[in-house]
Design a protein around this ligand. Sequence first.
Ligand code: CP
Ligand code: NVA
Length: 298
Amino acid sequence: MNKDLLTLRDLTKEDIGAIIKRGEEFKRGSLKNVKSLEGKTIGLIFDKASTRTRVSFEVATHRSGGNAIFLTPSDTQIARGEPIKDTARILSSYLDGLIVRTYAQDQLEELAEWSRVPVINALTDLYHPCQILSDLMTVDEKRGTLDNLRVAWIGDGNNVANSWINAATILEFDLTMACPQAYEPKPDILADTSTNVKLVNTPQEAVRNATIIYTDVWASMGKEDETERRIKDFTGWQVDQSLIDLADKDVLVMHCLPAHRGEEITDEVMEGPRSIIFAQAENKLYAHQAILEMMIKP
Ligand code: CP
Ligand code: NVA
């Protein structure tokens, strides 16, 4: 395992399995007395909004006996242009771990390079690895296994999609992606995958034989100015009941949230019997406890 968790590629198949198993144990309540972060202080540097990731990581830190400090760049010297390499060295001399949500993946990489302590990616424009770890925990919890997993990704080839590509490559499950033209994942990300990741032209084709249907917003954070154009370009790419009806009867529907009901997904599907979306959100707390335990050494 690497010092940092910047993409899922920093983890092995065994690491991912261990995080899922440990997350499930945290959820069952059998690890209440495990205080792996006793005496540790974790910094959260968030450059973009967050409800789930921020709060679940803060609570996970407290439950594991540690302290969390939340920092917005605008409150620090980062906003006034202090170089990342200086910030990283200073903060990592006070803190035991850094959880970072920002725009550019290369800025996160630079921070990690100069940080003495582990850096965990809490979302960049390119990846959202922690999301997929709690998602996989949820899939395992709901299906009882990760075997024979066939994931259909419908919509934007964004950060969450890229992390699903990484997961499919490491765990070797089938991932079929339907993205409107010009919204596919970047060629270099697609090039770095195994053959079980494929692109198809329509959502209908993608969901055939799927065990999981996953979607996300059409305009991610940082792309808000493209919202109007994207709403036009994504017409016909909504996850609605008629799409679910084309899939396996046991298909499960996932979304990382926040969702825009009536755009990428209908209210009916979100609230319907195939949705495991709220379990996904809840499980972030337990998966994050497991991630922290693995990444932050005693
Ligand atoms: N899914 C997710 O990362 O949600 P937040 O943006 O609320 O953290
Ligand atoms: N793709 C979304 C995920 C939010 C958790 C975004 O980046 O805004």
